[in-house]
Design a protein around this ligand. Structure first.
Ligand SMILES: [Zn+2]
Length: 603
């Protein structure tokens, strides 16, 4: 008889942030057995060593304690002395880290990722698991797990991967619902802010429909959106039929901020296809004990970002002008990363465990994000496929073929298949494209690809008097200029002392003179208190070539450092329709964004 696995999760005292977990195993064979906890959780490519939160672990068989030996940082062993034995393992987990990939328990709710709470035993990852939740009165549960049809507050997972891939929100959250293709979708909101919950629910429904249209079906029985509203954003994490997103509670207004919330949700939802089902073979089933390596995270994450924007546009939640402005903002962010000439997308993917997830003050100069560059390469690849096939095919078709050939059969694909599928869809070679922009560090052909659809890209200097974050400015007209600005070439942040340097550009004038961690206190003999005061004084009152004096504290010592101001790189990108687009360009644009090119001129 195969053993069966039943977890019970209870909250002894939520205010102490401690989960009490009981694992009851029936019919365990005779012999030595190994208990293991994941060291990472899928979607967050970082070793987190969750076992550090485990304590008070013990095991019993027939009222008798079993001796547990600690065999590794995330593993324990015990021995059973009878065949088909019932074993109970009990332990506690401290959980007070509010994030999408962590676990949290307090008086207001319980939220967990299975990788932090649930052991797997030996090779028994493919059996079903049940989870019973002993919640305080009045608390309810939101999760992608299937409810047990017989027992209330009990859930079933067909195997360990599903158990780990189904976070649980349990508490007094608000619940909203909608149905697409007869499938129920639940939005669970924990926390309050300036959200309009019914409008949010309706907008998410539009995102679901727009993305469903790409693949023609929704490959799940039900889907759960868990949304945490707190004092800071914690990002998002994708799962098989659910997602958790954490956003700053007042990020639903103005509209520009709200679109970012929708963009995050659209990104995580799109992952149910791209990465959860369409993925290289290294990304599932997972090895939870070690890092897993792939060169394709630009396709898994960057293309998911690309489709988040595209689906907001197709769902009419982005106007054409808003969409093009968001592309322009991404181009600007990309062009402010000198590391794009150092690290390729393939390397950035492979090294994510030690670079993207472990950034330092010099990362900008040596690395490139596979999200940011992957999104723009997705734009180029989509437009290039459309161009070469006279708009018959697009990147959608590449994803559909990968979905039908691999994901629909529950398997990943070998890495080389990605380029091959692109070439098959476009009926031409993309060797040069992949060599230069994915495996290499050549500048991406954005201007060329945007020209296919009648758009041109220009670069300017931002008007320092404009409040980008809080104005509702969406027009493509601007007050920005082409007159070069002076700069120090440093990044700063507010600190207790005033202004702390968080990093510098290797190509900037202060690169070898000002260090990360320096506390700037004065410019040309006058005190500066805030990062924006320093940048405004440099931009408004100084000229390129001026020598300025920076007074700073370095490791507690007061120093004065002269810097010759350099010329800042452009800090504003605009994407606009060309003055005289051809018929061909107009048709290509409309086929891409489902709106006429002329609509790009106004909002
Ligand atoms: Zn993602």
């Amino acid at each position: 008889m195969a053993p069966s696995f039943h977890f019970t999760v209870s909250f002894l005292e939520p205010g102490y942030h401690v989960y009490q977990i009981t694992l009851h195993i029936d019919d365990l064979p005779l012999g030595r057995h190994s208990l293991n906890l994941p060291v990472w959780t899928p979607g967050a490519y970082e070793i987190q060593d969750f076992a550090r939160h485990i304590f008070d672990l013990h095991a019993m068989a027939n009222e008798t304690s079993l001796e547990l030996s600690h065999t590794g940082k995330n593993s324990w062993e015990f021995e059973t002395f009878a065949a088909e034995q019932a074993v109970t393992v009990q332990y506690k987990v401290y959980a007070f880290e509010l994030g999408v990939d962590t676990s949290h328990l307090d008086a207001s709710h319980a939220y967990w990722n299975g990788a932090q709470l649930f052991f797997w035993l030996d090779e028994y990852k493919h059996q079903p698991f049940t989870v019973r939740i002993e919640a305080p009165a009045g608390w309810k549960v939101a999760t992608g797990l299937d409810p047990d049809p017989v027992h209330a507050n009990q859930f079933v997972a067909r195997d360990y991967d599903v158990l780990i891939d189904s976070p649980v929100e349990c508490g007094t959250h608000r619940t909203l619902e909608f149905t697409v293709d007869d499938k129920p979708h639940t939005l669970a909101l924990w926390g309050h802010g300036n959200e309009n919950a019914p409008e949010l629910n309706k907008d998410i429904e539009q995102i679901v429909k727009a993305q469903r249209d790409i693949f023609g079906e929704l490959p799940y029985h039900h889907y759960t959106f868990i949304l945490h509203l707190a004092d800071r954003g914690t990002g998002g994490l994708e799962h098989l039929n659910s997602t958790t997103c954490g956003v700053e509670r007042f990020s639903f207004k103005p509209r520009k901020k709200y679109r970012r919330v929708l963009g995050l949700i659209a990104h995580e939802f799109f992952h149910l296809w791209n990465v959860k089902r369409i993925h290289p073979d290294m990304l599932g089933p997972f090895d939870y004990s070690h890092e897993v390596y792939t060169h394709l995270l630009w396709a898994m994450e960057g293309f998911t970002d690309y489709y988040a924007g595209i689906s907001l546009r197709r769902a009419n939640l982005f106007s054409v002008a808003e969409y093009l402005n968001s592309v322009a903002e991404n181009v600007m962010a990309y062009e402010q990363q000198p590391g794009r000439y150092v690290q390729s997308l393939a390397e950035s993917s492979f090294d994510t465990w030690i670079k993207l997830y472990k950034p330092d003050e010099d990362s900008r100069n040596r690395t490139i994000s596979y999200y940011l560059k992957g999104d723009l390469v997705g734009t180029c690849l989509d437009l290039e496929i459309r161009h070469r096939t006279q708009n018959h095919y697009s990147l959608d078709e590449v994803l559909r073929r990968l979905y039908q050939r691999y994901a629909a059969h529950g398997i990943g694909f070998p890495e080389s298949v990605y380029q091959e599928t692109v070439e098959e869809v476009a009926q031409s070679s993309f060797q040069d494209f992949f060599d230069r922009y994915i495996r290499g560090t050549d500048e991406i052909p954005l201007a060329t690809c945007l020209r296919y659809v009648g758009l041109e890209i220009s670069r300017r200097y931002k008007n320092p008097d404009r409040d980008e974050e809080n104005d509702s400015f969406d027009s493509l007209e601007s007050t920005d200029s082409t007159v070069a600005k002076p700069w120090l070439g440093i990044e700063t942040k507010a600190s207790e002392a005033g202004i702390q340097i968080s990093g510098s550009y290797t190509s900037g004038p202060a690169a070898a003179a000002l260090y990360a961690g320096d506390q700037i206190v004065a410019l040309n003999g006058f005190q500066v208190k805030k990062p924006e005061d320093l940048s405004h004084r440099v931009e408004r009152d100084c000229q390129i070539g001026d020598t300025v004096t920076i007074a700073l504290f370095r490791r507690g010592q007061l120093l004065t450092v002269p810097i010759v101001l350099g010329q800042a790189p452009y800090d504003k990108v605009e994407i606009k329709p060309m003055a005289d687009p051809t018929e061909e360009q107009k048709i290509a644009f409309e086929s891409w964004l489902s709106a006429p090119l002329s609509s790009a001129k106004s909002h």
